[in-house]
Write a protein that binds this ligand. Structure first.
Ligand code: NAD
Length: 297
């Protein structure tokens, strides 16, 4: 029998992810505080519900894709939380990027109510969410991971089991710290080359075929006009907002302090993105760090 999925949080990532579930013939009931985001999905065949609880009540699987740990906890925990209102054999999958300790807290609460749950943050950005080629990085019991896999496969290409509850978040935070570092480095290199009169497209091709090659150059070029269909070529709209990158870099610094790991470049990246946010960059895609560097040049 096809699973009935409740999908909560239909933003830049959740919207296209829910759409891919519909494309794969899952029955999907959606909820978001933003009615416009809900309408996009109901126009494509999803059902909607008045509240997150109403969406989750009859579902076999609940997926959340929300901005922060605070919001994830407010949705799952407490007397009106989803953990208390779902069916006993339901599976909960949180795909948001949040602190590992928040993920563990929610998963432990789910287990106390006899409900299975995994953390399953994603990587790949909005283009991969659209294309159904996301990477899922899961933490939790093997039984719950195995049950989630066929559903995650409808939205992603690479599905990893990083370890116990919260392990998906740890791996994801490490990855995003690296992402910030290579996006800043890529932006610095492109900005400097262009200021010397080089063409950003030519520069990008050279670095892609050289030792500076990286994901930001390959699929998410920060220089406007070099690549079609990336946020840099649409005034840094859509994509992965600076405020969300700041959240992740804050989580990375917390994790570094907890584990006593030296992350000087992570710390510097956190400061640069914070400055960019303070100067009005909050709602722009994170590749707009190039614009910030230009403003300082
Ligand atoms: P977004 O801000 O575009 O979307 C979040 C959605 O959640 C919004 O539609 C908002 O209305 C909704 N929402 C907020 N509170 C809610 C609540 N209480 N109940 C129901 N809906 C609620 O964010 P996004 O870019 O889609 O990111 C979502 C998560 O995915 C974040 O944790 C982010 O760090 C992570 N992520 C984002 C990207 C990316 O490229 N955008 C990539 C990987 C991971």
């Amino acid at each position: 029998m096809t699973s009935h999925i409740a999908f909560i949080g239909l933003g830049n990532m959740g919207g296209p992810m829910a759409r891919n579930l519909l494309k794969n013939n899952f029955k999907v009931t959606v909820f978001d505080l933003n009615q416009d985001a809900v309408k996009v999905l109901t126009d494509q065949g999803a059902q909607s519900a008045e509240t997150a609880q109403a969406a989750a009540k009859k579902a076999d699987v609940v997926i959340t894709m929300l901005p922060s740990g605070e919001i994830v906890k407010s949705v799952y925990l407490g007397d009106d939380g989803l953990i208390r209102c779902v069916q006993k054999d339901a599976l909960l999958i949180d795909c948001s990027t949040i602190a590992a300790e928040d993920a563990r807290e929610v998963i432990t609460a789910a287990h106390q109510h006899g409900v299975g749950m995994i953390d399953a943050p994603v990587s790949g950005g909005t283009a991969a969410a659209e294309a159904g080629t996301l990477t899922f990085i899961c933490g939790g019991d093997d039984k719950d991971y195995q049950a989630a896999k066929p559903i995650l496969s409808a939205m992603g290409k690479n599905i990893f089991h990083a370890g116990e509850a919260g392990a998906g978040q740890v791996a994801k935070i490490c990855n995003n710290m690296l992402l910030a570092i290579h996006m800043i480095g890529t932006s610095e290199a492109l900005n400097m080359g262009v200021s010397q009169g080089l063409d950003p497209e030519v520069m990008s091709e050279i670095m892609k075929a050289s030792s500076g090659n990286n994901w930001s150059l390959q699929v998410y070029n920060p220089y406007p006009g070099v690549m079609p269909n990336v946020p840099a070529s649409r005034d840094y709209q859509g994509g992965f907002m600076v405020e969300l990158m700041n959240k992740d870099l804050g989580l990375a610094q917390k994790l570094a302090a907890q584990s006593k790991a030296a992350t000087p470049l992570g710390a510097l990246s956190a400061q640069l993105y914070q400055l960019h946010q303070n100067q009005g960059g909050s709602g722009l895609d994170f590749s707009s760090i190039l614009q910030f560097l230009q403003s300082q040049s």
